[in-house]
Design a protein around this ligand. Sequence first.
Ligand SMILES: [Zn+2]
Length: 234
Amino acid sequence: MELTDIQHKKGVTPREGDGLIVVDMQNDFMPGGALAVDNGDTIVPGINNLMKRFNEQNLPVIFTQDWHTENHKSFASAHEGKEPNDPHEEPGIGPVLWPDHCVQGSEGAEFHPDLKTAYAQAIIRKGYNQNRDSYSGFLENDHKTETGLDGYLQSRDISRIFVCGLALDYCVFFTAADGAGKGYEVQYITDLTMPVGSPEDSVSNALETMQEKGVEFVKSDAIIFDKNSKVKAV
Ligand SMILES: [Zn+2]
């Protein structure tokens, strides 16, 4: 399955109770970065535009930020004789190993310089536990340790989330899938994400799994803001 096989919603109007989650728009995932996603930087203007519109409606924007320790277990360099993209499965790590990326405090862990970070009302960091990765913005890869995002959204009375960012087949996918698993209505914005594409079936697996979980797919130009429904500022 590819993105072209996905049925998209014709239109969706943001409303009170919605939030926009922007996943891992960090230098290391951009062209030239340590774990570069092809064309990852091309979605920055579209995300900026969408964040602006959420902001104008007083709807929250939340970032996630991959935030690893040095020698994190998800890095190939932490395993003797292993290379980035080598298959590797152990609890909380895998299915592949990565180059060193998004190390806490490094330039690679910073957000893309053109990303308008001022729009974010909260930033959820993840992947800081040495022996466990966190693809999802909600749960670490043991599928039970919370990052705090769910609590944040609940306390803000958010019931529907729009997700975008990097990468389609990893962190955005797992954020969307876990969000659906936790009972959120999930709108996956397919033109504001780009895939890693490793292993070969990662994109089709991601799309099929999201469909099974009831995630809905929408393009950014089908997100139609109703000027009359502006949520009042407190
Ligand atoms: Zn990572």
